[in-house]
Structures are given as C-alpha cells and as structure tokens.
Design a protein around this ligand. Sequence first.
Ligand code: B12
Ligand code: SF4
Length: 431
Amino acid sequence: MIPRILLVNPPIYDFAAYDFWLKPYGMLSVAGFLRERADFKLFDYLDRLNSFMAGEDKFASDEWGRGRFHFEKFPHPKCLNNIPRYFRRFGLPRNMFRDFLEKENPFDFALIQTTMTYWYNGLEEVIEDVRRLKPQARIILGGNYVTLCSEHAKKLGADFLVQGVNLEPLWEYIGIKPDLKQPALWEAYKKLRVGTLKLSDGCPFSCTYCSVPKVYGKFKPRDLEHSLTELELLCRLGVENIAFYDDALLFEADDVLIRFLEEVLKRNIKINFHSPNALNARFVSRDLAELMVRAGFRTFYLGFESSSPQWQKRTGSKVFSDELAQAVEHFLSAGAEPANMTAYQILGHPFGDIQELEASMQFVQSLGIRGMLADFSPIPGTPDGDYCRKWIDMDEPLMHNKTAFPIILMGFDESNRLKDLQRQHNRSLQR
Ligand code: B12
Ligand code: SF4
C-alpha cells in the first residue's frame, strides 16, 4: 500500500487578498516528485473553481484568470487592533474542510503550504482541524513562512518543517524516494484554468528589502525540459493563463527564457503568460520584448519602486529610471497593450523620505503605463526588515503585514492619500 498524503493550501487571514494567480506551487512541486509513489488528496481553500465559488459572478475570473475570493469578516488580532481596516478570512468556509476530512480515510502525512509570513493564522486553523479529525497524519509545513520565521513556525505544533529549498530531509522523514523528473502535481485539481511556472531560482541582485538572495543563493536556471514537461501538462489540463513565479525571469535570458519561449513557438502552444512577480526592466531588449509578446505574454509587471536615484542606489541599484523608460518603449513597440503594463512602486518603505514617491508616480504616468503601489512588507533577516525593529516587533510575523506597515509608518491618511493619487494617475491614462 502506498502512503496517503493530504495536501492543503490554507485560507488567508488578512485585510485584503485577491487571486492574483495564487497557486501553492511549492507544495504541488513536492507532491509531483512523489507522483505514483503516494495517493494524494488536495484541499485548496483558495480554489475559485471549487463549486462553492464557481458560478457566482462576484468570484468570476477577469480576462486573465484573476478574481475575488469568498471572505468573512473576522476580529482583528490584538497586535493589529489599531489598523482601521476590516480584518477578514479569505477562502472556502472552514466547515467544508471539516466535512471533507470526516469523509476521508486516514492520511499518513499532511503537507501544508505556507506563503506570506503574516498569513500563519490560516495554518493554525488547518493544523487544529487535521489534528482533531485525522490524528494519524503527520503534519509537514514548507514554504516561505517556515523558511523566514522558522523559530515562530516551530510553535505551531506541526511534526516536521521543511526550511529553505533542500528537500533531502523531507525525503528521509517520509521514507519515500522522489522522482525529480516529474512535473508538479497539477492534476490534483478537478478543474484548472490557471497554472504557474518557475524557470529559475534566485536572483543576481541584493535589494536590501528582499529575502531572495539569502534564501536561494546564486541565480540558477531550472532544467528546461522539466519546465516544458510542466507546460505541456498544464496545457493538457486546459490551463489558459500561466504566471511565472521567477524572481529574475529575464536574467541570462539567452539560456533561460528565450530558449523556453522559442520552444513554445515551435510547439505552437497558445497560452497567456503573466509576470506578477516583477520583471527587471534592465534586461528588456527590443528582440526580447518582441519574442515575449509573440510567444504569449499578455500582462507585464515591472519592478520599479522609485525614480529617486538616491533611493535606487541605497537599496541595491536593481533598476534605474531610464531603463524603465527604455523597456516600456520596447514592449509598446512590440505590441504590448499599455493598459496591461504596470510598474510597481513600494509604499511605506522605511527610507520613504528619499523615495520621492509622488515624483515616481508621475514619472511612471509619463510613460503611459499604469502604476501600482506595492505596500511594503518588512522581512526578517533582510537589512530593511531588521531596520524596522525600530517601529514594530519583527518577531511577531503578523506585524510584517503589508497593509499594516505603511499605515504604522506614515499614518492612515497619508497612505490613503498616496493610493488615491495613484488611482487618479491610472484613471487619467484611460481617458
Ligand atoms: C510568487 C510570489 C508571489 C505571488 C503570490 C504567491 C502565492 N501563491 O501567494 C504574488 C506575485 C501575488 C506575490 C505577492 C506578494 N509578495 Co511574493 N513572492 C512570491 C515568490 C516569488 C514565490 C513564493 C512561492 O510561491 N514559493 C513556492 C515555490 C514556487 O518556491 P520553490 O523554491 O519552488 O519552493 C521549494 C521549497 O521552498 C519547498 N517548498 C515550498 N513550498 C512548500 C510547501 C511544502 C508543504 C513543502 C513540503 C515544501 C515546500 O519546496 C519547493 C521545491 O522546489 C516569493 C520569493 C521566493 N522566491 O520565494 C515572494 C515573496 C514570498 N513575496 C514577498 C512579498 C513581499 C510579496 C508582497 C507583499 C509584495 C507587495 N508588496 O505587493 C505581495 C503580497 C501579496 C499579499 N496578498 O499579501 C516576500 C515575502 C513577504 C513576507 N513577509 O512573507 C517574498 C519572500 C519575496 C521577497 N521580497 O523577499 N508574491
Ligand atoms: S531584484 Fe527582485 S528578487 Fe532580486 S533581490 Fe531585488 S527585489 Fe529581490
């Protein structure tokens, strides 16, 4: 008998959450390596195609597969009491999971995806239910929260934590040999329209607000054949939109993205690609932009953060303003829709005094594309995150909340004023 493994993507407790191509890709990758060596059942609280949310207009997907989650209002956690926004629980109702567990046979293991550090309330809920209704299952957590807040995660009562990207201890713990050639276990979904891919790990930059360089080390391309196998599987399952989860998708493009996209064209694969995790404008050449548009890229998110040269240099020099302008020009002349191009700018960064955010917003507007204020989440173990100990208790992951931190730093009114200004800029582009 092969072991039975439960896979859970937990609900989100937060002020805001939106299905911006969110998938538990880390957990599905691990499950894929164990394909046919275990019997899997998936419960994804954030699956908008689940019959509970599917069919309701308010949860319908937009043209690129994004949409709203079901939510219930929930009391604020004590430490976030002063944040004047509704606190909510997003995802399928808790009793659906309990009913599901009651009907299932015992599990040997329960794998639970962890994502943002400040989303651990969802894990507590899942762990409590699994412990009560499936006490035989050994609970395993992996992903970003466990990696960045391992001491905190140890207190949640799981049996085993997978920190970082080394999976050897996991294989040893569960006693199954993986097949690392296998694609992620996407077929665990009954119905799937959105998938994710990652062609590489790590990033060559060292931005002072980011955890990626420390967690992943040197930039490393993933095996191209493996990515193509995942792509083919997603196509067979009927996926229409794919979001890349790479941190540096355009780095060493000749060896990574270009080879991948050339195969997409050669195999005549028609799918929409998206880059929610910020492209680096520095690497966008005319030819690369043209290839990306031709191969199916439809939305383009560019990491910009600030037009202030002083801020750019102080935080790692990942991109300068002229590079953003050049990239936008290349994408536009390749045929990208300006309405589908967005530059991210950090809101509530601790060096906000030198960020010149309003000038940055104006600069982005002058390029004819949308801007999006990305609320700053302080991350433990990064220089900027550690600097934030001045204002908040960084050992309490709820305080890393991206909605909360800008309000704590600059006040509710100022944070709202800047968000309104960004909305005005974006509206003026539509005229
Ligand atoms: C994709 C991504 C997103 C996606 C959403 C992902 C999702 N499903 O929710 C988008 C683009 C929407 C996003 C948004 C944001 N993100 Co983000 N994002 C990431 C990214 C690139 C990958 C996360 C991920 O899915 N990893 C899982 C897979 C893909 O990684 P992997 O290496 O293959 O995983 C291996 C191991 O880790 C392990 N593993 C992973 N998961 C699991 C699970 C189990 C059970 C097991 C056993 C093993 C295991 O096995 C895998 C085998 O290869 C990370 C950076 C990074 N590289 O980790 C940042 C990261 C998580 N994001 C971050 C930030 C700051 C944000 C934003 C706040 C940015 C902003 N200001 O808008 C927002 C917040 C959104 C919100 N609603 O609150 C921070 C973390 C912040 C925090 N406090 O936790 C990170 C770490 C980047 C950084 N700057 O350092 N993000
Ligand atoms: S370029 Fe992006 S992924 Fe790389 S260190 Fe900077 S913020 Fe992190």
